[in-house]
Design a binder for this molecule. Structure first.
Ligand code: FAQ
Length: 311
């Protein structure tokens, strides 16, 4: 029977049909999705921290309202993604435990500090810009619940990207000091943003398999290139310099050439030794522990409700 199931699954993938939670799927497909979707969920939740640090000191009521809305959206994205992961037979409480124990990854990008308010703008412009580049093709991912979650998330990410770019435009119209602050933030976030797309294709163990299964639709290097091509004109319009001396238009390729990120730094950050890894996880763990009574109360209420219904 397994070979009949396998043939049915293969035919669905070949015809570009969606795989749904109740469909048979190979264990490797399920495992890969649990890994990617839960890492993605964790990234959204940990990703609330660098910007969240600025909510209390946003420079105006308008900026504060925008930032609050954005950070709340990120919490929502995390929740849709945990729900998508749960359709694969895992449990959100267990995934969270694995995150706070350091047994599951989240995006390297959120292990860098947000030092000035310009960082809020640059996170929106570059980090959400990179997230959109990576996530738009995932709206066509072969696993239904993940693809559908991506549609809504991408709509919200585009608002996030626009608010960041608009914030930076305003700062660039300001004082010399504000312009310098924007340039400094761009200098610090550019390379980490390129690392968000993952290791180069020839060092990416999962890409070929994930593309054959239709989970990923593009390779890491393809999406990194797309991001660079999209971002250079935006940097020009903004009036900032991207910190890469090798960045130059290549007429023959029809793309920008660019330098290599520091892949040793990437490995370090992914393995837990980045500038803010310990702080991010400690804060997540503390919030999780502080929330224990809410989870217990909700469970007790549900139990009581069920007993009343049974009676
Ligand atoms: N950081 O073989 P590959 C956001 C790991 S956007 C940490 O190439 P794959 C929005 C990878 O997991 C950020 N680890 O892997 C937001 C694997 O390790 P494993 C989240 C990384 O899966 C904006 C190993 O390296 N977005 O949150 C990274 O085929 C602003 C080998 O790599 C997503 O997660 C990295 N950068 O490709 C929120 C998008 N790159 O598990 C708040 C969905 C690689 O084997 C504020 N995910 N690794 O031990 C994906 O598209 C893919 O999983 C990739 C990696 C492209 C990230």
């Amino acid at each position: 029977p397994d070979s009949a199931h396998q043939a049915h699954f293969d035919a669905a993938i070949a015809a570009d049909r969606r795989i749904e939670p109740r469909d048979w799927m190979p264990e490797g497909y399920r495992k890969t999705l649990v890994r990617q979707v839960s890492q993605h969920a964790h990234s959204e939740i940990i990703g609330m921290q660098p910007e969240g640090d600025w909510i209390a000191s946003a420079p105006s009521l308008r900026r504060k309202a925008i930032l609050l809305a954005k950070v709340q959206d990120e919490a929502g994205h995390g929740l849709y993604l945990y729900a998508a992961a749960e359709t694969l037979g895992v449990d959100r409480a267990d995934l969270t435990q694995r995150l706070v124990d350091g047994r599951q990854k989240y995006s390297s990008i959120f292990n860098y500090p947000s030092l000035t308010f310009a960082d809020v703008g640059v996170i929106g412009w570059l980090v959400d810009g990179a997230a959109i580049c990576n996530q738009v093709p995932l709206c066509r991912s072969s696993f239904g619940p993940y693809a559908r979650a991506m549609v809504r998330i991408c709509k919200e990410e585009s608002f996030h990207q626009r608010q960041g770019y608009e914030l930076l435009m305003r700062m660039m119209e300001g004082t010399e000091g504000q312009r310098a602050m924007v340039q400094d933030a761009v200098d610090r976030w550019w390379w980490p943003s390129l690392m968000m797309f993952g290791p180069p294709d020839d060092e990416s163990p999962n890409t070929a398999r994930s593309m054959a299964w239709g989970i990923k639709r593009n390779t890491n290097d393809e999406l990194r290139q797309k991001f660079v091509d999209m971002t250079v004109p935006q940097a020009d319009k903004l009036g900032v310099t991207l910190p890469d001396p090798e960045l130059v238009w290549n007429d023959e390729r029809g793309h920008y050439d660019f330098g290599d990120p520091d892949w040793n730094e990437f490995k370090q950050v992914v393995s837990g030794a980045g500038p803010c890894n310990a702080e991010r996880i400690a804060r997540r763990r503390a919030a999780h522990e502080k929330g224990a009574w809410v989870r217990e109360a909700a469970a007790a209420h549900a139990r009581k409700h069920n007993t009343e219904e049974a009676a």
